[in-house]
Design a protein. Sequence first.
Length: 454
Amino acid sequence: SRARVGTSLPRPTPVAMAERRRRPSATVPAALALPAVPPAVGADGSPPRCLLEAPEPESKKGNNFSKGVRWSPDGTTLLTAHDDSTLRLFAVNPEVLASSSSAAEALPDGVAAGPGLLEPYAKAVEGGPVLDFAFFPSFSWQNPATCCFIASSQDHPIHLREAVGGTLCNSYRPFNQVEEVCHAYSICFSPDGGKILGGFSQYIRVFDVQRPGRQVEDWLLTTKKGKGQKGIIGALAGASESPGLYAAGSYNRSVCVYHQGSRGKPVAWLVDREQDYEMGGVTQLAWANEWLLLSGHRRDPWLRAWDLRMASSDDGSASEGRGLRPKALLHRFPRSARTHQRFLFGVQGCRLSVGTDEGDAVIYSLSTLEEESRIVGAHTRPCVSAMLHPTCNALVTSAGGRCFPNYDVESSAGSDSDSPVGKKRPRGGDPAAGGAGPLDNSVRVWRLGGEAES
């Protein structure tokens, strides 16, 4: 018998794009009308404080770097992915994050309180490198049937696992046009949790959560000689306020918005080809509200905010192709990302949290489009995840990246080795000699606006 998750969920009613979009304004607004949230620092100006830390997991790999971390929708669970193809689950009590008391108050004067140890309560080993993962939209421990998540790994189907122990519940096998099982580069749930969407090369494939196995729909986005969104779909996001509306980002440097009724025909096209600001391949998408879409890119110093009320349904070759600023582009937030890694960012209310290559965690205001605060040196390695807590004034970050040994280092003078090749540089390398420094592959939970450390 097939495993089921919860009860049968209602299907989203198709809503025409024209009915959901507001009339475009004459000019791009300078600020966004979003609900206010608490500031990132306390009333006394106290800095953020690291409450919990999960060190690098033990593995046979010399550098088991983090690939990302996400909060569950109810804010009680963390899900991480590392280079050892393992997903780990951590339990975090929101009351600890929301509490105004500090552990440093119980320590003697002059003794600083360090972060508490964060240990996983369950883990799940995938068959290959983890490509993407996502929680069930209505995840809540009050309803155990909703406590699950999906993950996609290289050369393996999409796996649905329960969050209690990481046990495999269902498998969703995508078949390509030649009837071969392939893997999804990006995945997301529909807002109601009834469907799973997977991003592939020139395809988006749809799965029914209640029917494990083969996909139920294939959205062909383009052909080799035809028009449409080309390349690998590296990011997917469903609009919770507009059922049936999905954003898809391609490694071919384009973002398209689709409706489930259009089956692969874009209703909006977003491309930034302005001279000196060309966007990179899309690695993450997130909806801030009904018409505001945020996109993150690889090897790109900017994170972009798009106003869909100003978007067009063509590919933008008429104006953006001449190197002009696209009309739908609302703002570019500075975010250094010099590698091909997927840098995860978080959106809650009117705040945006991002990580940088320098290891900083930055929080921007979507209302003023300016920087609110910055955790300088949150990690000593690239901060690949910065996710805001769904309900508390807290942030989780993770770090890591590939670090290749330098085989050109000369052997020490006192070495007895006869090998002409120098010794391999130690893990992380010496920064003074051009190395990356000590590797930091940790996951850290921060309280924003907590009491200052003693």
